[in-house]
Design a protein around this ligand. Structure first.
Ligand code: FAD
Ligand code: MG
Length: 352
């Protein structure tokens, strides 16, 4: 090899080294994709909604997409929006179901069977009678309640998965997703977050909360659980879970000094008086958490605990009764911080 060629080689490899150094320098100096926190607050589903997401520059788009999706699903599941899918199906005693409606109708029916009717998505005629759908509250007569209850029987609902159709055998029957749709909506938003590369986030639908992963610093999210009185009954630290609460203290009216709330006992047609005043369900499955928060409120403490012992692999519970007792399942006790002057009892699967 002559000296000229060697010189050229050195020159070329010197040039390559320069390019490499330059590339490294440029990539080191290039602005890093910053993780930013974005938030959106608006009113929908008859409640205040707060969306929070941590991500790169797609986070803003993710929240815009999530907000659009919430408006879209509100139209699908609302029983009062006359041109919405659910309202049309109820008016016609059935019809073709879109994908989200089919999915949620199936889940609602399955959970209804599983809870022996404590959760009953066909409760709409009774809910309407009390004025809870449109806020035209009134106390119905006993005979009106009896007649409305006759229209809540699940065995008169025919759901055909293959053709995506649902039919009600009696006129006046209607499906009500009010006790389950928010859990579904929050799970759908989690999917939108994931699809947009969001690393961490929260959906708060008026106290129904679902969180994606953990906070960007690796710690858990701290979710406050409202007391039926003032303030908080406690705070729960969670990662990647839904925390959904039902209580009689949010939607109610008073007549002759009696308070009537919106969670109906499907056996009596009256607001459930089970002794429980707040039920929180913690689960990876938002739909299950929402439906069970309503169902276990109807069941009362003993039945709720029995139900949890049988099915508790999928969820945890925090129950509060009217005597300031709080019952918490053992799986989340270490993540719970009691606030207020309440008595805490841990519920265990196996008696010690
Ligand atoms: P949850 O305990 O989760 O649910 C209680 C609700 O479930 C009741 O309000 C009733 O609808 C139903 N329910 C009662 N008893 C039972 C039972 N035993 N089994 C099954 N279900 C039962 N409110 C308005 O005033 N106007 C609106 O336009 C309106 N639109 C809505 C649209 C959507 C898509 C949703 C999800 C809610 C809407 N709401 C509206 C609010 C709705 O009427 C309920 O008040 C709300 O969903 C109750 O949620 P919760 O978490 O407080 O209680
Ligand atoms: Mg519910």
């Amino acid at each position: 090899m002559d000296m000229e060629k060697i010189g050229k080689k050195i020159k070329i490899s010197g040039f390559a080294a320069c390019i490499l150094v330059l590339t490294l320098y440029i990539s080191a100096c290039a602005p890093k994709k910053e993780i930013q926190k974005v938030q959106k607050e608006f009113f929908a589903l008859d409640t205040q909604i707060i969306l929070t997401a941590y991500g790169d520059d797609r986070a803003k788009e993710a929240l815009a997409e999530a907000q659009e999706k919430i408006y879209e699903l509100e139209n699908v599941f609302s029983t009062v929006k006359e041109d919405g899918e659910t309202a049309i199906i109820n008016k016609n005693s059935g019809g073709k179901l879109s994908e989200p409606l089919l999915y949620l109708a199936e889940r609602a029916i399955e959970i209804s069977r599983d809870t022996e009717g404590a959760f009953n998505p066909m409760i709409l005629p009774v809910v309407k009678l009390w004025g809870f759908s449109d806020k035209n509250y009134r106390v119905p007569e006993d005979n009106e309640i009896k007649s409305a209850l006759l229209l809540t029987d699940l065995s008169w609902v025919r759901l055909d998965k293959k053709s995506s159709e649902i039919y009600f055998d009696k006129k006046g029957m209607g499906i009500d997703f009010g006790g389950i749709a928010k859990g579904y909506v929050s799970s759908v938003i989690m999917d939108i977050y994931r699809k947009n590369g969001i690393e961490s986030g929260v959906v708060n639908l008026g106290g129904n909360v679902e969180v994606l992963n953990e906070k960007p610093d690796g710690s858990s999210y701290n979710i406050g659980i409202r007391s039926p009185y003032d303030g908080m009954l406690g705070a729960l630290s969670v990662k990647d879970k839904a925390v959904i609460t039902s209580g009689g203290y949010e939607r109610y009216f008073e007549k002759d000094k009696v308070r009537y709330h919106h969670i109906i006992n499907p056996n009596t047609g009256y607001p459930a008086e089970s002794g429980l005043i707040s039920v929180t369900i913690v689960s990876k499955d938002g739909v299950l958490a929402d439906a069970l928060s309503t169902a276990l409120f109807v069941m009362g403490k003993d039945k709720a605990v029995t139900y949890w012992k049988k099915n508790g692999g999928e969820f945890d519970i925090i129950l509060m009764d009217g005597n300031d007792n709080i019952y918490i399942s053992e799986g989340i006790v270490r993540d719970f911080k009691l606030e207020g002057n309440y008595r805490l009892e841990v519920i265990k699967k196996e008696a010690e």
